[in-house]
Write a protein that binds this ligand. Sequence first.
Ligand code: CUA
Length: 328
Amino acid sequence: MIGFLLITFRLPQASTMASMVDNLFDFILWTSVISFVGIVFGKLLFLVRFRRKKVPESKTAYITGHTAMEMSVAGILLVWVMVIFYFGWVDYKKLRVAPANSLEINVIAKQWLWEFQYSDGRRLTNELVVPKGRPVKLIMTSQDVLHSFFVPNFRVKQDIIPNTYTSLWFEATQLGEHPIYCAEYCGAAHSGMLAKVKVLEPDDFEAWQVEGSLGPMAALDATANAKVSPAEMGKTLFSTKGCNACHSVDGKTGVGPTFMGVFGHQVELQDGKKVAVDENYVRESVMDPQAKVVKGFQPIMPTFKGQITDEEMSALIAYIKTLKEAVQ
Ligand code: CUA
């Protein structure tokens, strides 16, 4: 019955993940339904077949157990759980690792709205515009409390946490609008924390990026179009916040490590451990510089806690990401 309802009223499968998630769900659902029916009918059958009779038959021998049967039931259950685990693991890996060619968009969640920032400086509130057929990676943080980014049609959901970055990726396969919900109770207007993903043909997306060719939205965009990209803003902050006093962007070692070519790579720390330079590593190094000091450097960097906003943090990270090879 529930299965029938689920299949009849299934949400659109609007991303490459959707069928994958649904298949595993269906497998668990239907194998559970089959075993439920088997157990209930078996029980009813036994109740009738072995009910107490008016004229007692000779008593059945007392049974203490049946090893072969017990082991085979346990074995079947083990195999069943391992199959679920295997597909869960394979799907989870796909869900967690964004393809390298993903389009990156920053997301800031706050009570009670969503802000989407594109690498060209465009920002949208409560509307996320993405191209069809291209992986999109969201790099998300919260300005206040826990939120959770949830697009049921894409079958993706990820918590958003203050003072850290979480990410999520999807590849949309259906044009049109898909609702975004906040899936973590975050205060009085939690249920009103709604937005939508607008999926465009790649060509339309390009056009939209060049200049809002989407009618009324274009005018709205134009006002917000003092278009400074996060990377440009980060470059300015790099000198106004004084990072450049100790960190170079051309590979030269200063008082602190250079920023050239570090993002996405591993660095060795004082204790010999290696860590990957990602969004969270950069944030931690700015807010709590002593937490992970790179080998060969003194732990002398001051903290920037309280002096850098979430937006500035994301901008600095965007700038550091651009410092791939020798710049300037
Ligand atoms: Cu944000 Cu609930």
